[in-house]
Design a protein around this ligand. Structure first.
Ligand code: AMP
Length: 585
């Protein structure tokens, strides 16, 4: 029997959260004071002439808005071992590598213990609200989490992904214990150098502890979908391991073998129960509640670029609720999801006003917003950023963060919409990454526009009992004029006429006036659909993992440019068929 939860006071966490959010403006001022006071010695702030001032007005007039590019040399000096206080007063303890799937290579971001504390604050806050709605008892979590490769920088700092930095911290383990989310798998599995072996063992450990599992989790929902797609192929082997009490020979890393073998005993009864449940499922619908009968919900980031995986996730989760996790980045956390009952499509993130200083650049309408893309119109003036408590409901903003880890007025390049307020702090909905991904001349399409277009094509495929497993895009300028290429990996073989219709449908689904106008006057050539072999997106993921990306932070790149030559080559060498749209003929 599962015991009732002890040692965690959700009420106290909620009380503290209420106090913080009631006077968000004051908390923001105090937070800025703390950041500037603690880091006043840093060369970066000294050079900007702040001279010890810590008020919002002086801060905004002295410190410029920056992107990662402007801070790169500072961060590299830190990584190279320059001992001078460069971005922070206290030394930076490690370097985080952001997922880097947008640019093709990971970015270096400073990391310190302050980020661990704010991560835990976010985890505890959203847990407290989840626990009110879905109370947990003592138990475990089937967590698909993965440490990534790490290396030492020239200056001797550990460089790895932010999630790995967090998973390694003592505070993480303590918090997971407090919130009854301790991972079923031993550390050797989480920090294995081989992602495929980790995944197999996560599934196995999850099955061994199936009665105790209350949450199925991964940082980004894609990892859960990937895990259950893999489960469909390896379930019989897992049953065999449990029946015999012997770990499959596919696990070759001695430390993982030893750690997992310690948990494994011959258990034919459990193996038979799993086997019978699996054969009784129809197309794996509801596999999660079938195998983990005490699971209360499935948890992970399901918004933004994770939305395309929601259908599949719902399929595996069956009757279990899906709960979208919090909003943050390698650079710092932003907000917690305190409305766990809302479906992921409506999830918002309530900003914690003490974990950073936040500013927002208003982006009024889509037209304005796109004109702010500095790559396109570098001489357009941006609107002045406004403070956390000044934002307006229903408006869209680009978010700027100032962190305890050496980032000052840093453009995260995410677009958010204000869904409402909790006390005096806003609730943000993630809209999309800011950058345009598809543009040839006056056309402007973002990753959200691409997602909507693919959803339209997916509807045609659904009528044929097929689905889009994953997708990406490319602007092909080798034709004159250039054209959009959409790569789709499908769950099965589609008829030519269906694919032709999908191709036309994709072309018509880009409704941006610049695109439609350009297509009509043939200033953009017909859209091309390239259908990929099964497994192509796994190859792309493996490519990123070998570069040091962490599965825990992996996001499929939604546009692949020429600068990302290796991924483009993987895509192009796996094309089964291609089609050109006749939509504007
Ligand atoms: P990383 O580069 O791995 O640190 O990823 C951070 C980025 O992931 C953010 O800037 C967002 O674009 C995205 N992200 C993080 N949390 C969420 C969320 N809850 N919903 C949507 N996108 C998110």
């Amino acid at each position: 029997m599962l015991e009732k939860v002890k040692g965690f006071s959700a009420d106290q966490v909620i009380e503290e959260f209420e106090a913080l959010t009631k006077d968000a403006e004051r908390v923001q001022r105090e937070t800025l004071y703390r950041i500037l006071h603690d880091n006043g010695e840093a060369e970066y702030l000294q050079n900007l002439g702040l001279r010890g001032r810590t008020d919002p007005h002086s801060f905004k007039s002295c410190v410029p808005l920056v992107t990662h590019k402007e801070l790169e040399t500072y961060i590299h000096r830190i990584a190279d071992g320059d001992a001078y206080p460069i971005l922070t007063g206290k030394p930076i303890t490690s370097i985080s590598l952001s997922s880097g799937t947008t640019q093709g290579k990971p970015k270096f971001v400073p990391f310190n213990d302050e980020l661990v504390h704010s991560t835990m604050q976010i985890y505890k806050t959203s847990f407290a609200f989840r626990n009110r709605a879905y109370p947990l008892r003592n138990g475990k979590a089937l967590q698909f989490i993965y440490g990534s490769k790490q290396f030492k920088t020239k200056g001797g700092l550990t460089a790895t992904t932010a999630t790995t930095n967090v998973y390694r911290s003592e505070e993480f383990k303590r918090t997971m214990m407090d919130i009854h989310s301790l991972c079923c798998s031993p550390d050797e599995v989480i920090f294995s150098p081989d992602f495929h072996q980790s995944l197999y063992c996560h599934l196995l450990c999850g099955l061994i502890f199936s009665e105790e599992v209350q949450i199925v989790f991964s940082t980004f929902a894609h990892s859960i979908v990937h895990a259950f797609r893999t489960f469909e192929n390896v379930w019989e082997e897992l049953c065999f391991d449990i029946k015999e009490g012997v770990l499959s020979s596919r696990i070759t890393i001695p430390t993982i073998r030893a750690a997992v073998s310690r948990l494994l005993r011959p258990n034919p009864q459990l193996a038979d129960a799993i086997y019978n449940k699996c054969v009784g499922l129809s197309s794996w619908y509801g596999v999660i509640p079938a195998l983990w009968p005490n699971a209360k919900y499935v948890y992970g980031i399901m918004t933004g670029s994770m939305e395309p995986y929601l259908n599949k996730l719902r399929h595996y989760a069956g009757s279990l609720p899906l709960m979208s996790a919090d909003y943050g980045s390698s650079e710092g956390w932003i907000g917690a999801n305190i409305d766990p009952e809302l479906p992921p499509e409506s999830a918002s993130f309530t900003v914690l006003p003490n974990i950073g200083y936040f500013e927002f650049i208003p982006l009024k309408e889509k037209g304005d917003l796109l004109e702010q893309n500095s790559d396109l119109l570098s001489n357009q003036r941006e609107q002045e950023p406004i403070g956390l408590t000044e934002v307006k409901v229903d408006e869209e903003y680009e978010i700027i963060i100032t962190s305890f880890a050496g980032l000052y007025r840093y453009k995260l390049e995410d677009v958010v919409r204000v869904a409402g307020f909790h006390n005096s702090t806003p609730k943000l909905q993630f809209i999309r990454r800011k950058s345009l991904i598809l543009t040839i001349n006056i056309d402007k399409n973002t990753e959200k526009d691409l997602q909507l277009a693919v959803e339209e094509a997916d509807k045609l495929l659904a009528a044929e009992k097929l689905e889009v497993l994953d997708y990406t895009s490319h602007v092909d300028m080798s034709t004159d004029p250039g054209h959009y290429v959409i790569f789709l990996e499908l769950s099965g073989e589609a008829r030519e006429d269906v694919l032709n219709s999908c191709c036309d449908c994709l072309d018509l689904a880009f409704v941006d006036a610049g695109y439609v106008g350009s297509r009509k006057v043939r200033a953009i050539s017909p859209l091309e659909l390239r259908v990929l072999k099964r497994g192509t997106f796994h190859k792309i993921m493996d490519h990123y993992l070998t570069l040091g990306a962490a599965m825990s932070q992996y996001k499929t790149p939604r546009c692949v440019g020429l600068s990302n030559g290796k991924v483009l080559q993987i895509l192009n060498s796996n094309v089964l068929k291609s089609f050109f749209s006749a939509a504007y003929n």
